[in-house]
Design a protein around this ligand. Structure first.
Ligand code: GLP
Length: 243
């Protein structure tokens, strides 16, 4: 069972997770951080940037690897995950551009997946992978039914996910239909997983992932198979958990 910490709000979660990441970076300056996009990890990035400035964390050798990327958006599209990771992570933390990696959504094919896996290996593997959870239970863009041994690959997004992410685009029709994502097997190889979830909208997926069967039908349930998984959620996201 993953360790579960229930916090008051997203800010408190951000402080807690950022503190752990900062301590790990201080101990290991070539730390490899797996980053998630979406709204959920933003307070963590903000808190980490504040700690980094205050404590003069050595970030020049830290590498970041994104979980996923939309397929087919122009590279400079403001909602491409390459741009989001630049804006929310790299610029805030002052990471060297060459140390920030996002799978290619413009040349997204089997080769792009293999190249991304090779880059992760070359960096020595991911030390800590941040995860959000989709309302479908997805992690990265691994929708229900994704094999637990899947690797980085191109996937089709389900309608529910495209509707959830429509808030970042003019309309749901503008949300890409495909993405390239680290596979569940890839994610499981990170040395530590930290899943964050806030709000009532995530409560059903959180309960199914933590207290339902471990099944490919609920991707986040795979956290039970990881030796070091932490789940940090607010009370609303925890509201469907049973004692
Ligand atoms: C997105 C991303 C995931 C993210 C999840 C939740 O589509 N591909 O990596 O964790 O869905 O997003 P949010 O944090 O905005 O709720």
């Amino acid at each position: 069972m993953p360790e579960v910490i229930i916090v008051e709000d997203a800010d408190q979660a951000g402080q807690l997770v950022a503190r752990r990441i900062a301590d790990a970076i201080a101990a290991r300056p070539n730390f490899v951080l797996g980053v998630a996009t979406g709204s959920t990890p933003l307070t963590t990035y903000q808190a980490l940037a504040e700690i980094a400035t205050r404590e003069q964390l050595p970030l020049d050798r830290v590498q970041a690897f994104a979980l996923d990327e939309y397929v087919g958006l122009p590279e400079d599209h403001s909602e491409s995950y390459a741009k989001v990771v630049d804006r929310e992570v790299a610029e805030r933390l002052g990471l060297a551009p060459g140390n920030v990696h996002v799978p290619s959504g413009t040349a997204a094919d089997a080769e792009a997946g293999t190249a991304y896996e090779a880059a992760i290996r070359e960096a020595g593997g991911i030390d800590l992978q941040l995860l959000g959870i989709g309302s479908s239970g997805h992690i990265g863009f691994n929708e229900p039914g994704s094999p637990f041994d899947s690797r980085t690959r191109v996937v089709e997004l389900i309608d529910q996910t495209r509707h959830d992410n429509a808030r970042f685009f003019p309309s749901v029709d503008d949300v890409p239909t495909h993405a390239i994502t680290q596979g569940i097997g890839t994610i499981l190889e990170a040395r530590q997983l930290v899943l964050l979830a806030f709000g009532e909208r995530k409560a059903a997926a959180v309960a199914a992932a933590l207290q339902g069967p471990v099944t490919e039908a609920m991707p986040a349930s795979v956290l039970h198979r990881h030796p070091s998984a932490l789940v940090v959620i607010d009370r609303a996201a925890a509201s469907k958990l049973e004692d």
